[in-house]
Design a protein. Structure first.
Length: 262
């Protein structure tokens, strides 16, 4: 699965690089040279674009039927793949080298995160709450925080490293990300104040709600409910209105607010 993801990233980057315009008769598999994106051919001086289009009067280039060469893009460079391949798995696969302490993370959090998430992860305004909420998942108003709901510490690292700070994502170094994650774990009483999070000890951090996550088992758990001949029309029979909003007293009496709901 991990290697397949790298292959998909390589294909995506190769497609995003753009179209390589090759001279007529050139080998599409040969490395592209700067300044030869287009070449004049013949006495007319017209530009010949070669995207699997042979030059007039020439035989089409042969290619294996299983892997036709169409002359689009180029092979992704290792550094281009590395820029995309930044996801982190629960077992620590994909983590960069580095370390960060809770104390350093507190300073970084106040500088980069507190505006939206509050100084202690309590959430500012309607921005997400990151700390607290332990034991609330079965209540009427559950608080889905890192300490109460998230499955893995890698989920925190991956998201912070990939998408935060808001509006300036991927500006944090690996050490900065380790430090912020360490501080968030401390806010949720998962590590002590003198804790230093690193690539080595990262897989040892367990979040409380992790046992409640499991692999998708619908192929076995729900297969008994599947039908070989599912109903595709008039399946529910006649529809009858049994109650109305005004009768149930859920329709506001006053006129709806106008303009800003705030």
């Amino acid at each position: 699965m991990w290697k397949s993801a790298e292959a998909l990233l390589a294909a995506a980057v190769a497609g995003a690089v753009g179209l390589a315009v090759l001279p007529a008769g050139a080998d599409p598999a040969a490395p592209a040279k700067p300044g030869t994106a287009a070449q004049k051919t013949g006495e007319t001086g017209k530009l010949q674009q070669a995207v699997n289009v042979p030059a007039p009067g020439s035989a089409p280039a042969s290619a294996p039927a299983s892997a036709p060469v169409i002359g689009l893009g180029r092979t992704a460079l290792p550094e281009e793949i590395a820029a995309w391949n930044i996801d982190v798995r629960p077992d620590g696969e994909g983590l960069p080298a580095g370390a960060g302490s809770v104390r350093r993370g507190e300073d970084l959090f106040l500088q980069n995160c507190a505006t939206c998430h509050g100084e202690f992860g309590e959430g500012a305004g309607r921005w997400p709450v990151l700390a607290g909420g332990r034991g609330t998942l079965q209540s009427d108003r559950p608080e889905k925080t890192i300490g109460s709901f998230w499955p893995y510490a890698s989920t925190v690292f991956d998201y912070v490293h990939r998408a935060m700070p808001f509006g300036n994502n991927q500006s944090l170094s690996a050490d900065d990300t380790y430090a912020i994650v360490a501080y968030l774990l401390n806010l949720n009483d998962l590590v002590p104040e003198d804790y230093v999070l690193s690539k080595d000890n990262f897989p040892k951090v367990d979040l409380p709600n992790q046992p409640n996550f499991f692999d998708d088992d619908r192929e076995t758990a729900e297969k008994a409910f599947w039908k070989n001949d599912p109903c595709m029309a008039d399946c529910a029979g006649a529809v009858h209105v049994t109650a109305r909003a005004q009768v149930l007293n859920v329709t506001p009496d006053a006129d709806p607010p106008k303009g800003n709901l705030e």
